[in-house]
Design a protein around this ligand. Structure first.
Ligand SMILES: Nc1ncnc2c1ncn2[C@@H]1O[C@H](COP(=O)(O)OP(=O)(O)OP(=O)(O)O)[C@@H](O)[C@H]1O
Length: 308
């Protein structure tokens, strides 16, 4: 059974305009996506800027209310009400944010930042709380002295580790990591990603990793969903998606990743040439008149062969 099931999720934002700020339209940020997270896996949600990845993550965690659709955690439908009445659903899904600089309160000490989830959800004595925070701070590779310091006294990678310690405090089942390393130096990115991999088994975590960086998603994920303009246009294992992408948008995205090996680079070059030529010709198969992607996943082999 899936740990989390997202069915036909839609999030439409109202667009306001005019003197009275009336609603004059809507942005279909997420427009009917369905996927599931299996226990213990890393699922990557990838796509270009503005395709709705962050909105999807925020709707799952309950920071944004969905316009329609269903989010099921094991057997429970997550709604505003169920999250309010059963706080443990809020504990079960935690988030690591993109920017470790702005996601930590600069006026609070690390002890208070990391203890915050405990104070919201659990009753502990100050001594127990400090002990637990210290244990997690050490777990993420920081010195116990860090507890008394402020966020500006740490490097970007260390701050992201503090964010990870905070996310782990309530023993969550799922961690949503939205661009967890894009604000960090390239040299530190690998360390943080490897650290996330290392703790996955120990804490029995399932990850939803959100990024526009297909190279990183490939390195980290078991399964990947490709989003385009609010829809999931293709989904598959990392291997299938990188070796035989089916949807034209997935092919274009994959044909543009740098840092492949020479053999893959040649394949990529040929793929790219074919893509550029075919994209315009076959556009109507994939996009409607307004340029929105059809909600299709994998095409039949015959169909994709015809397009190639
Ligand atoms: N609060 C909001 N009000 C109105 N429109 C919004 C709001 N938040 C996001 N949007 C719009 O919804 C769409 C999806 O945004 P979202 O941030 O989810 O995309 P994304 O794929 O995560 O992009 P990025 O990688 O740049 O963060 C965009 O067109 C964005 O402009």
């Amino acid at each position: 059974m899936a740990l989390l099931t997202v069915s036909d999720l839609k999030v439409h934002y109202p667009v306001r305009g005019g003197f009275f700020r009336r609603v004059v339209g809507e942005v279909k940020a997420v427009d009917g996506i369905s996927f599931e997270l299996r226990r213990g896996e890393t699922y990557g949600l990838v796509g270009e800027s503005g395709c709705g990845k962050t909105t999807t993550g925020r709707a799952i965690i309950g920071l944004i209310e969905a316009t329609s659709g269903n989010i099921l955690l094991e057997e429970t439908t997550l709604t505003k009400r169920s999250r309010r009445e059963h706080p443990h659903y809020r504990k079960d899904i935690q988030m690591i944010f993109q920017d470790p600089y702005s996601s930590l309160n600069p006026r609070k000490r690390v002890l208070d930042i990391v203890a915050e989830p405990l104070r919201n959800f659990e009753r502990m004595s100050p001594q127990e709380e400090k002990k637990k925070v210290q244990q997690f701070i050490e777990k993420v590779g920081l010195h116990p002295e860090a507890l008394l310091k402020y966020p500006h006294e740490f490097s970007g990678g260390q701050r992201q580790r503090i964010g990870i310690a905070r996310a782990l405090m309530l023993n969550p089942k799922i961690i949503i990591a939205d661009e967890p390393v894009s604000a960090l130096d390239v040299s530190v990115q690998a360390q943080v990603l490897n650290f996330l991999k290392d703790i996955q088994q120990e804490f029995q975590l399932t990850y939803l990793l959100i990024s526009h960086d297909l190279g990183m998603i490939r390195h980290m994920c078991d399964r990947i969903g490709i989003m385009y303009r609010g829809r999931l246009v293709e989904e598959g294992t990392a291997h299938d998606l990188f070796h035989s992408p089916q949807h034209i948008y997935a092919k274009r995205l994959i044909s543009a990743i740098p840092n492949l090996n020479p053999h893959e680079r040649l394949e990529q070059k040929m793929l790219r040439q074919q893509m550029e030529q075919q994209f315009e010709e076959t556009r109507h198969h994939y996009f409607d008149r307004e340029g929105r992607a059809h909600p299709l996943k994998r095409l039949s082999d015959t169909h994709s062969a015809a397009i190639l």
